[in-house]
Design a protein around this ligand. Structure first.
Ligand code: LHQ
Length: 262
């Protein structure tokens, strides 16, 4: 797995750890970074041995958003729209479309499209050193990379407006208080905590997780009745997996289930 230029990828057991690796630029995003994350998602979708993904950043930043040196030199005919549609939109769609748990271990600043990247993970554990800032307004832009989708859903419209209008910085601790991240830990332990969670999920039932992610993705845009229907449809898929039978057997035999992904 050494063909990547901007990320480090290492598999330990069922956990695939992906580290954004441009620390001198706070892991700012480029089309290459997006391409490599999309490739990781595609590989992880095909490889049954990869059961959970952990995404973090090398150095002091998590991801500072668009690498401003990449777009600044592009000239007047640069299309922001095409750039977003062909890179960051595809990247976050690949992450939400990957039917395996993705944990964000947010080590430092998540700004702009980097905030969008953080919010595209399923569960976020943050270091006390993490900070979340929109950054868009700071350079005269509007939110992108899914930030305007996730922020109001996670922290409510009023807080989303305030954060976006004022370019407000939210600390790791505050992020946990308002639901932007799941938990915050001291910097020394946050990665171990995220790894412990990733290992736990990697032992879980892959089909159950896949159907859970499908259900939560779908729930964002349908009525209650439609969601109930969809849940019933998904349960038929999960309910016919060998892991379901194993889960029930283990319950009656009072032992830990051994989920295999069958
Ligand atoms: C950077 C960056 C960066 C390059 C830090 N680029 N080098 C989508 C599509 C198309 C166009 C435009 O935008 C978008 C969406 C977006 O993402 S818009 C938002 C773009 N991001 C920003 O405006 C954030 C800019 N960065 C910052 O505000 C700060 O660096 C933060 C708050 C992230 C961190 O602050 P500090 O802890 O004080 O660190 P620093 O500012 O000293 O940065 C460390 C280094 O990283 C520094 O390099 P240097 O050589 O001076 O040590 C920065 O130049 C570099 N860096 N962000 N986006």
């Amino acid at each position: 797995m050494s063909n990547y230029q901007t990320i480090l990828v290492e598999q330990t057991g069922g956990v695939l750890e992906v580290t954004l690796n441009r620390p001198s630029k706070y892991n700012a995003l480029t089309t290459q970074v997006a391409k490599e994350i999309i490739t990781v998602c595609k590989k992880a979708a095909r490889d049954n041995s990869m059961r959970c993904i952990l995404l973090t950043g090398a150095g002091r930043g998590f991801c500072a958003g668009q690498d401003l040196s990449e777009v600044n030199s592009r000239g007047d005919d640069f299309s922001f729209r095409t750039h977003l549609i062909t890179s960051y939109n595809k990247m976050t769609l690949a992450m939400r479309g990957l039917e395996k748990p993705i944990i964000g271990a947010i080590n430092g600043a998540a700004a702009g499209a980097g905030l969008g990247l953080a919010l595209a993970t399923d569960i976020r554990y943050a270091s006390e050193k993490a900070k979340f800032l929109p950054a868009f307004i700071g350079i005269g832009l509007a939110p992108d990379t899914g930030v305007s989708y996730w922020l109001p859903r996670l922290i409510g419209q009023a807080r989303a407006f305030e954060m976006l209008y004022t370019n407000g910085r939210v600390s790791g601790t505050e992020a946990a208080d308002i639901g932007l991240v799941n938990k915050v830990f001291p910097h020394e332990t946050f990665l171990d905590e995220a790894r412990a969670l990733a290992n736990k999920l990697a032992d879980g039932p892959p089909m159950g997780f896949a159907m859970t992610k499908r259900a939560l993705n779908k729930s964002l845009g349908v009525t209650f009745a439609e969601q109930l229907d969809y849940e019933a449809y998904l349960q038929d898929i999960a309910g016919h997996s060998a892991d379901y039978q194993e889960g029930v057997n283990a319950f009656y035999e009072k032992r830990k289930p051994q989920f295999t992904g069958q």
